[in-house]
Design a protein around this ligand. Structure first.
Ligand code: DQA
Length: 143
């Protein structure tokens, strides 16, 4: 489980500037750097992709199929709306872990439902930056 892909959806590029009380002060770049370091320690490789566009995220999932051992995916608001992303995750063989920085279950009711979780390998929510780290460890330590 050493070739990992980090995917982030809409507005995650604004981490560090956006709703800091909810998402903290860290940036996407700092997540990418720290995760890369972690994955390297396990002898693996991490690639990263962020898009604000649903179709680009779907294309990325299709292209990732078979190229990685696991995908860490924060689909952001598309978590709660996108049947198309759910179908894309269900269509590929590569396991996907759904990641959220905030505890979506403590927030507005519309964030309580994930359309994606049922087709994901697992889901990690609410640990801030560490949500990504825990998701990566779930893959890295799985064998
Ligand atoms: C989020 C939670 C989503 O509800 C929200 O739309 C986001 C970020 C999180 O990481 O906590 O953009 O996915």
């Amino acid at each position: 489980m050493n070739r990992l892909l980090l995917m982030n959806g809409p507005n995650i590029n604004l981490l560090g500037k956006r709703e800091k009380d909810v998402y903290g002060e860290f940036t996407l770049q700092s997540i990418e750097e720290e995760l890369s370091e972690l994955v390297h320690k396990y002898g693996g490789e991490l690639e990263s992709f962020q898009s604000n566009h649903e179709g680009e995220l779907i294309d990325c999932l299709h292209q990732a199929n078979g190229c990685y051992d696991g995908i860490l995916f924060n689909p952001a608001a598309y978590t709660h709306t996108s049947i198309a992303l759910r179908d894309a995750i269900a269509a590929i063989d590569t396991p996907v872990i759904e990641v959220h920085i905030s505890n979506v279950h403590q927030r507005e009711a519309f964030r309580h439902q994930s359309l994606l979780a049922a087709v994901c390998y697992g889901q990690i929510v609410g640990f801030g930056k560490n949500s990504y780290r825990l998701a990566a460890l779930a893959f890295l330590e799985s064998k």
